[in-house]
Design a binder for this molecule. Structure first.
Ligand SMILES: [Zn+2]
Length: 216
């Protein structure tokens, strides 16, 4: 793969030029706003093949920036959501090894000595699945790792829920294997927002949190 193709794909992701148009059992259809116009990228779930309607791909049948951008974008999503879109069972295999939120929340619950059965009616969900759990002592979210060594994010709804209930935001961070406790009010004052798919996320510095020791 050419470096230029990768750089262009990364830029398309950063500039939020990718949208999922339709998801069926046979295919995932993306729209990519490229430099030369709007393109349709299709991931065929049965054959696991990618197709793009741009001239470049139709001429060469070699993966170009539009397809690569969709792959990178999906890869990025998988770090923050447990979307059924990216479930391995539907034959979309993300390039990243980052774990989905639900897997991380399961880990966090284990550390707290809880099971899904005990929290079943306390989950916060969206189109992509469970993103937080409303516990007595805080709203629990989970992350795999910090971006750039210090930035973590959570679903805005998790933050608002914690704020409204006057509870801390409790984050399990897998790379450190520990919990951090945040004041929702403090985060709201200095976070920045972005969208992951359709989910509005709050990004903030890990140093706003206090490490919390969980007794075994
Ligand atoms: Zn293309």
């Amino acid at each position: 793969m050419k470096v230029e193709v990768l750089e262009k794909a990364k830029r398309l992701v950063e500039e939020d030029k990718i949208k999922v148009e339709k998801v069926t059992s046979e295919a995932i259809i993306f729209k990519v706003q490229g430099d030369s116009g709007l393109h349709t990228v299709i991931f065929d779930r049965l054959t696991e093949k990618w197709n793009c309607d741009c001239d470049w791909f139709q001429l060469r049948k070699v993966e170009g920036s539009h397809i690569l951008a969709c792959k990178l974008w999906a890869d990025k999503l998988v770090r923050d959501g447990s979307s059924p879109l990216w479930d391995l069972q539907v034959k979309f295999i993300p390039q990243s090894k980052a774990r989905p939120t639900k897997t991380l929340l399961t880990l966090a619950l284990e550390k707290l000595g809880l099971t899904w059965d005990q929290v079943r009616d306390r989950v916060l969900e969206d189109d992509y699945g469970v993103f937080a759990i409303n516990l007595d002592n805080g709203v629990l979210v989970a992350k795999d790792y910090k971006l750039r060594g210090r930035i973590v994010s959570c679903h805005r709804r998790a933050l608002v829920s914690a704020y409204n209930q006057r509870k801390p935001l409790l984050m399990y961070l897998a790379e450190d294997d520990c919990f951090y406790e945040f004041s929702p009010r403090e985060i709201m004052g200095c976070s920045f927002q972005n969208y992951k798919g359709t989910a509005l996320m709050e990004n903030f510095d890990i140093s706003l949190g206090r490490k919390r020791v969980i007794k075994e």
